[in-house]
Design a protein around this ligand. Structure first.
Ligand code: F6R
Length: 368
């Protein structure tokens, strides 16, 4: 049942190319338009949306952070991302023109369920992104985008996360299509890029042995920092969460630009710092990340850098390099998170922990 793997988690990590491909399947009509089966909200209802609030917990929340960047960039609709457990207690501003997007792999997370119930009492429309057919959250929503990851058994979310990202990109592109923003014309191009992702993810998986070896060097590590920028920031947060929940190692993710505002004080000799380097592009994000890496290295950190193919600017400052396929920055989480999953899984295994059933955790959290 684990296909020869020691853990469901490891099996599910390796299923990601297929899960992503399945989640993209059948989303385009013969005329090249995006079509989402269970959208159930009319184009007019979607055109009336003037604000989106994404609610989710844990890993699903990090997918929501990526969704915000994609939706705001492609659709020019303001997006807030909020933890489900905080949402309804702060008296959020909601009305009929607010679209609430609930992201939940299980579809049963109590915090998220209560949040959508609250949103509906305020007449907001609710769209669920969910992996579990017929679960409570999609049943109580106006519209659904189902992810096609297949059952996720390992407690730590992996293929659930990647397919949530796919659903978020699809939603963003769909809204761009309906609203007719200038990015509406790029839908074909982005869909083609998305369709290449399974092969890119497979390439990252083919390098698993090198990541495993690196992970095993860290069994005595007490603390790890993760740095990222732009769409790499939620990836850093997700990498840190995986390490906490599986290896019980203290880990924190930061937006790299925030380092100098405090966290750099944590850096001391030998501290491992995992850096998700943005693709080299027009906006100099990559260069700013490189200087952040130089800063921590100068203070003795051991830098492990996830860098796109062909980018050598980082080489002098990296103790270890993990190569990523060249993809646009917004899509980079789909490849960048995979080495971090492999890293946490292998390190926890090496430490003798139960990877599929980490202590104190449950697969779906049905209490608030
Ligand atoms: C982390 C993890 C949790 C879940 C969170 C939300 O690996 O699995 O953080 O992401 O409990 O669960 P869903 O998506 O089912 O609402």
């Amino acid at each position: 049942e684990k296909d020869g793997h020691d853990w469901f988690m490891r099996k599910e990590i390796h299923e990601q190319p297929r899960a992503v491909a399945d989640s993209l399947l059948g989303r385009r009509t013969a005329e090249g338009h995006l079509h989402l089966d269970e959208m159930r909200l009319s184009d007019q209802e979607l055109r009336d949306v003037d604000k989106i609030i994404i609610i989710a917990a844990g890993t699903s929340f990090y997918a929501g952070m990526v969704a915000k960047y994609a939706i705001e960039h492609w659709c020019r609709i303001p997006v807030e991302v909020e933890l489900s457990s905080e949402f309804r207690y702060r008296d959020p501003i909601l009305d009929y023109s607010t679209l609430v997007v609930a992201i939940s792999q299980s579809g049963e997370t109590a915090d998220t369920l209560q949040a959508i119930r609250h949103a509906r009492t305020q007449r907001s429309k609710v769209l669920a992104i969910c992996n579990t057919n017929g679960s409570t959250i999609p049943r109580e929503s106006d519209a659904v985008i189902y992810t096609h990851a297949g059952p996720e058994i390992g407690v730590a979310s992996t293929k659930g996360f990647l397919t949530q990202l796919v659903a978020c990109y699809l939603l963003a592109l769909y809204l761009a299509q309906v609203k007719g923003t200038r990015y509406g014309d790029e839908i074909d191009q982005v869909m083609a890029q998305l369709e290449e992702m399974p092969a890119h993810i497979q390439r990252v998986l083919d390098d698993a042995p090198a990541i495993y070896e690196m992970a095993r060097e860290h069994v005595d590590t007490r603390s790890v920092l993760f740095l990222g920028r732009h769409a790499g920031y939620p990836v850093a947060l997700e990498g840190a969460l995986k390490l906490k929940e599986l290896a019980y190692i203290h880990a924190e993710g930061f937006a790299a630009g925030e380092l100098k505002h405090g966290p750099i004080a944590l850096v001391e000799a030998g501290l491992p710092v995992l850096c998700v380097v943005p693709p080299a592009g027009r906006d100099q994000l990559r260069d700013k990340m490189v200087s952040g890496i130089q800063e921590v290295r100068a203070r003795g950190a051991r830098t492990i850098c996830l860098v796109e193919d062909g980018d050598d600017a980082i080489t002098p400052y990296a103790d270890r390099i993990v190569r990523l396929p060249r993809v646009p920055v917004l899509l980079q989480p789909l490849v960048a998170v995979v080495p971090l999953q492999l890293f946490a899984c292998e390190l926890a295994t090496e430490m003798g922990h139960d990877v599929d059933q980490p202590r104190n955790l449950a697969k779906s959290v049905t209490v608030e």
